[in-house]
Design a binder for this molecule. Structure first.
Ligand code: PHE
Length: 343
């Protein structure tokens, strides 16, 4: 084949291929054109490349150069048609955008380990029929103390042990006046709020923040979380309490967790106990519990001759830290994502 003929065949192929590709109006037409012109096996470009063997040896260099130009022009038309039909082009999407490149991972948030723990505990207790209840974090002395049978001279009400809010009166003697508010020091407040609003039987948990002016160290933080549990019915016993706590601990911590009750005192339970779980061979205190004190029932209008119940309060951070092997409570509230995103 003469160089002249080869070059005009190339020109014809170039105009035809580009016109066809530019005119392709749907993916099928495009694909047919792509196969026809640049297909690896029977494409027109491959065909004409083979014919180059027929061009005189001296002319082959110029033939080859022109072939490359035509090839690039057609490949460019293929790329343009492809991006036009895949939503690039007219739709305003950057045609240089390459959807096959690995993406840039967006920084998304992470659910805080304590929030995860709360969800988990709510789920375990829910399976035992405990419904989640809530109460405010800013409380009045009635719910935080009075209805819980905590008398006025009780050390738990000391301003040094509570975050009283700066109302007109924050002095020791004035704690009870109308309008006094404090950050709740325990979730037992929710027991009162729930019982005051419904009739027995009651089976609730409440998970939330509580506040105490403790100096932060590995096991203390001025804000932490408790899980309160309350069950009121007829003929409730301490054996029921122990069973519920044991089933709970076994589900949350894994294995068959043994439970130990140690005699204790809380104004709102009688008898009262400290609750220990056996963990890695050690008895560890997770909270307090007991049978609801008759005075608490009276304060909410229940008849202690008719109903009985148990209540417990467990430290959520303590549970979370045991389960995940976290050594220092302050890490939970450091805001350090390198720490938090591990959980
Ligand atoms: N509210 C108690 C505390 O914060 C725990 C507790 C709850 C004890 C319910 C008995 C019953 O220490």
């Amino acid at each position: 084949m003469s160089l002249q003929n080869f070059l005009s065949a190339l020109d014809a192929l170039q105009s035809e291929a580009i016109a066809t590709l530019d005119a392709a109006s749907d993916p099928e037409a495009f694909e047919a054109a792509r196969v026809k012109y640049v297909g690896q096996k029977k494409g027109a470009l491959k065909d004409i490349q083979k014919q180059m063997g027929g061009v005189a040896a001296d002319d082959r260099k110029s033939a080859g150069m022109r072939l490359n130009e035509v090839k690039q022009a057609i490949e460019k038309a293929v790329a343009e048609a492809q991006s036009r039909l895949s939503g690039g082009g007219d739709s305003g999407v950057d045609p240089t955008f390459d959807p096959t490149l690995p993406g840039v991972r967006p920084t998304i948030g992470h659910i805080h380990p304590i929030t995860q723990t709360i969800t988990h505990l709510t789920e375990i207790m829910g399976r035992m029929g405990f419904e989640a209840a809530e109460g405010p974090e800013v409380e009045d002395p009635h719910h935080n103390f009075v209805a819980l049978n905590i008398p006025e001279d009780h050390p738990a009400r000391d301003p040094l042990d509570n975050f009283y809010l700066a109302t007109a009166a924050t002095g020791t003697e004035k704690q009870n006046i109308e309008g006094t508010r404090l950050l709740r020091s325990q979730t037992s407040t929710v027991q009162i709020r729930v019982m005051a609003n419904r009739k027995p039987p009651v089976r609730v948990i409440s998970l939330g923040r509580v506040y105490r002016p403790d100096d932060p160290d590995a096991t203390h933080f001025p804000m932490f979380h408790q899980m309160e549990g309350l069950l009121v019915d007829t003929h409730v016993t301490m054996a029921n309490l122990k069973t519920v706590l044991r089933v709970f601990a076994t589900n949350y911590l894994g294995g068959d967790v043994e439970i130990r009750f140690r005699p204790s005192f809380f104004p709102f339970t009688e008898p009262s106990v400290e609750v220990d779980f056996l963990w890695d061979g050690n008895w560890i205190e997770f909270g307090g519990a007991g049978m609801v004190d008759p005075n608490v029932f009276r304060a909410v209008g229940y008849d202690p001759e008719e109903v009985s119940g148990f209540a417990f309060g467990l430290g959520v951070e303590r549970l979370c830290m045991r389960r995940h092997g976290i050594k220092d409570i302050r890490d939970l509230y450091s805001g350090d994502m390198r720490f938090l995103s591990q959980f």
